[in-house]
Design a protein. Structure first.
Length: 289
């Protein structure tokens, strides 16, 4: 079979079209000869920064811009080990991977690649006072919490609904989530730039702080008899949703003042996180907006 006449190149370089006359098979291109097909916006990757100096500067100056850092597995490079400790000190998720994975994100990379969020997230310490004094000042506040959301379109939809339904702050954990990718930004339909998003170093501790400051902590989950419809929400409320397959994490569930369920037909497995959060936020906000 001669691949030279293949009608679709899917964004590959022209080297895919050259055949070896001796055996009529397509020569495998070198990595630097391949261009990524970007016509489908769903495939748009996170911004990746490679190199020890470049990543160290990102971790030091903009830690909340970094989603996670990938390190070469068993590199035995002392500088990489130092950078790994620096990343963990800044509560950035780190991961050991093979060289081919690093090369797929950025070349050259010196054994380290940082995957970046589309915007820098907020530090809890910079905004804590506004929320911890809300009860004392009798100021209405809504905080949404999303955990274990791995689908970027789902997270983008959560961001969009949060902005539309009056959320003052979205809290997300430091790991166990997809990053703020271009797909998240696109799905949010502009809401990403307007909604405040915070990645606390310790989400469990922050929820405990808010509870002690008078916030009502509500979890959305099917495993309860308490119905969302007609539930009485307080002026300062935090509402949490988990991933479709994992539900609410135990560290959030144990702090909840109430777990409420959304009515659902028996044959349905679950709502996805963005739909569940939207319905919960609507019930809170329908008398406030």
């Amino acid at each position: 079979m001669n691949f030279k006449e293949a009608p679709h190149s899917f964004g590959r370089s022209s080297h895919f079209e050259k055949t070896n006359r001796r055996d009529q098979f397509v020569r495998r291109p070198r990595a630097e000869e391949v261009s990524v097909a970007m016509s489908d916006s769903e495939t748009t990757p996170q911004v990746a920064v490679g190199g020890m100096k470049e990543v160290e500067e990102l971790i030091t100056k903009e830690p909340y811009k970094v989603h996670r850092v990938l390190f070469l597995h068993q590199s035995k490079n002392p500088h990489l080990y130092t950078l790994q400790k620096l990343a963990r000190k800044n509560h950035i998720h780190v991961q050991q991977v093979e060289a081919r994975i690093l090369d797929s994100y950025a070349r050259p990379n010196q054994g380290i690649v940082a995957l970046c969020n589309e915007k820098s997230l907020l530090a809890w310490e910079d905004i804590a006072e506004e929320f911890l004094t809300a009860k004392e000042k009798d100021v209405q506040k809504i905080i949404a919490v999303g955990t274990n959301i791995e689908d970027p379109r789902n997270l983008g939809a959560c961001i969009r609904s949060s902005l539309a339904l009056g959320v003052d702050l979205l809290l997300i954990p430091a790991k166990g989530m997809c990053g703020i990718t271009p797909t998240v930004a696109r799905t949010s339909a502009g809401a990403l730039e307007k909604l405040r998003i915070c990645r606390p170093n310790n989400l469990e501790a922050v929820i405990a702080e808010l509870k002690n400051a008078g916030f009502q902590i509500i979890g959305l989950d099917a495993a309860t008899d308490t119905n969302l419809a007609g539930f009485e929400f307080e002026k300062q409320v935090l509402i949490a949703v988990g991933g479709e397959d994992q539900g609410l994490p135990p560290f959030i569930r144990k702090q909840c003042d109430a777990i409420v369920r959304i009515p659902m037909m028996p044959d349905a497995h679950s709502y996805n996180a963005s739909v569940a959060l939207s319905l919960g936020l609507y019930e809170i906000s329908r008398t406030r907006i």
